[in-house]
Design a protein. Structure first.
Length: 291
């Protein structure tokens, strides 16, 4: 990992770096626990590093997104070393990442983003050597779950995984009457099964890829999956997928902890002032420390 310090005056000691992956360099950002953390030195040495993967419908987001930066700061403040991942984003047909008409270039589709996540996890595993915790939000939860399933066959298993408001199935499972009754705001229109399934198809790139376990682990064999924490928003269509995936993990005898945060909507970790942000971080930290 080749890095440079972003700001020596920042208490969290943030460093940008590049990790080499199968598709080229992957930008990452490392957050070290601040000096004077409440955890003891012994506790810090026993704390596994966290690799954290942002959401954004597979097509947007980055290292400066609040869901990336603020979550990493909060977890570092709790005593964890955190590495965030600027994975390659899926292409939007006819547009580049800035929303302008694009010239013909290589299209980014599955498995490229998963490959990036796996490469970063393996680099962190090689550095720390004592287990890694992998987490992701929304589309990043899907990427992280796919990476976890691929890494389950490796020599260095993950210590645990945590997912927030993730979409794990190629086709959104049927939403319960309770879930439908709680939907509010613009996402009631933008997070319909039809539109979410189109997002998945764009990321996968083909019907064959939609059916691959490492693209969408939901509905596939989950043997060897690491212990998992799932957090869902109360008002969120994607909760249908999170609930079902939690049941699938439990059926596969994977230790799983599942919470629905009352009064929250999708992407609550992208809103640091939302009460769901603090509660989500609290649950993640408590679970990770128990690992």
């Amino acid at each position: 990992m080749i890095g440079r310090t972003r700001g020596a005056t920042e208490a969290e000691n943030v460093v940008d770096a590049l990790i080499q992956g199968p598709h080229g360099p992957i930008p990452v950002r490392r957050y070290a626990p601040p000096t004077g953390t409440a955890l003891t030195r012994t506790a810090l040495t026993r704390t596994a590093p966290i690799v954290w993967v942002h959401g954004g419908a597979f097509v947007k987001g980055g290292l400066d997104l609040p869901e990336t930066h603020e979550v990493a700061r909060a977890l570092a403040g709790a005593g964890f070393t955190v590495i965030t991942v600027d994975y390659r984003l899926a292409s939007i047909p006819g547009l580049n990442r800035f929303g302008r008409a694009s010239v013909p270039t290589r299209r980014i589709r599955y498995p490229v983003p998963v490959d990036d996540v796996v490469a970063v996890v393996q680099a962190v595993q090689a550095e720390f050597g004592d287990g890694v915790i992998l987490g992701g939000a929304s589309a990043g939860a899907c990427l992280s779950a796919g990476a976890a399933l691929r890494l389950a066959d490796g020599a260095a298993p993950l210590r645990g995984v945590f997912f927030t408001y993730g979409l794990f199935h190629a086709s959104l499972p049927e939403r319960s009457r309770e879930v439908r009754s709680r939907l509010r705001g613009r996402r009631r229109l933008t997070h319909t099964p039809l539109l979410l399934n189109l997002v998945n198809r764009n990321y996968a790139g083909s019907r064959a890829a939609l059916a691959e376990a490492h693209a969408f682990p939901g509905g596939h064999q989950l043997a060897g999956f690491p212990p998992a924490l799932l957090l869902d928003a109360d008002s969120d269509s994607m909760r249908a997928s999170g609930e079902k995936f939690a049941r699938e993990l439990d059926a596969a005898r994977v230790p799983v902890e599942y919470h629905v945060l009352p009064g929250t909507a999708h992407a609550f970790l992208n809103r640091p002032l939302d009460p769901g942000f603090a509660e989500g971080i609290r649950l993640i930290v408590a679970w990770a420390r128990r690992l």
